[in-house]
Design a protein around this ligand. Structure first.
Ligand code: HEC
Length: 263
């Protein structure tokens, strides 16, 4: 190997004969070696970054304003209990994992299992130091990775399938039980009991004693007229939903008077 021009210094080569064992370390030259070809980070370079960011931001805002995100129609309706929320697709496997873990061990599903695998992934370069690059020569790392990928795919698939089933079930349940009337529409004013109507239609939010709950304020000592209270129960107010009490105008008036009688 040694010969020709290198006779005297006895050149040593490592495995790859193009690389000298005694090679000097290849360090990039300092920037001062390139006069006129560098620029200060602040403000020159950063300014360009900012300008690009501003262009992107404006474009993004135009897009957001011209195509507002479609709020799922149910999502903002607190009265719709049939709504089944679902995380975005890339979190579905975590969501499905939670379903498989009993409630009292939920930390296992939220922190321990995902944390363990994330940590494993993070530490992989230190744990698996083999120079081998072919996957089949690194059976442990490859097995774990395949297991994780297969689990993610399976859990995601299962979550989607179960959600579909739930939707179909609730749809067919809704068909079978045709709309139970929200409040047993008291038509004959003869037997109308405002207190009972209040307990049915209002107490869930305003409290059985009218003193309010975290969901709604107290109704005691209101300085409103009967008509105003009728208007509120018909049309709602603020976050209070409209039409919680389905009665005749006369019954609404009676209910309003009953509420206002609590001073
Ligand atoms: C889903 C919960 C909910 C139900 C059911 C509900 N309310 Fe309310 N109500 C509220 C909330 C919340 C407010 C406060 C609204 C605001 O100011 O944003 C409110 C406000 C009111 C107010 C105005 C109070 C004030 O201080 O001005 C009146 C009057 C009232 N409700 C009457 C009723 C009556 C009568 C019923 C039954 C027919 C009823 N509410 C049912 C949630 C509810």
């Amino acid at each position: 190997m040694a010969g020709g021009p290198h006779d005297k210094e006895t050149v040593k080569y490592v495995g790859d004969s193009r690389v000298r064992a005694t090679r000097e370390r290849l360090l990039p030259k300092p920037y001062s070696e390139y006069p006129g070809k560098t620029e200060p980070f602040f403000p020159n370079f950063l300014l360009k970054e900012w300008m690009a960011a501003v262009v992107f931001l404006i474009g993004f805002m135009v897009l957001v304003v011209s195509h507002p995100a479609p709020l799922e129609s149910h999502a903002a309706d607190p009265n719709d209990t049939s709504y089944i929320p679902l995380p975005d697709w890339y979190f579905l496997f975590l969501y499905q994992l939670l379903k498989k873990i009993p409630g009292d061990m939920i930390v296992l599903g939220t922190v321990v299992i995902p944390g363990f695998f994330s940590l494993l992934f993070l530490l992989a370069p230190w744990l698996d130091r083999s120079p081998e690059r072919r996957p089949w020569k690194r059976p442990i790392a490859t097995t774990i990775m395949l297991f994780v990928i297969a689990s993610i795919v399976y859990l995601t698939y299962e979550a989607v399938a179960q959600h579909k089933m739930q939707l179909e079930e609730s749809a067919s349940a809704a068909e079978q039980a045709p709309a139970p009337p929200p409040a047993p529409a008291p038509t004959e004013s003869a037997a109308f009991d405002p207190e009972q109507a209040y307990m049915q239609s209002c107490s869930a939010c305003h409290g059985q004693d009218l003193k309010g709950t975290p969901a709604a304020p107290s109704l005691i000592g209101l300085s409103l007229s009967t008509d105003e209270v009728v208007d509120i129960m018909t049309n709602g107010i603020g976050v209070m939903p409209a039409g919680r009490f389905q009665g005749t105008d006369e019954q609404k008036k009676q209910l309003a008077e009953w509420v206002l009688s609590h001073q």
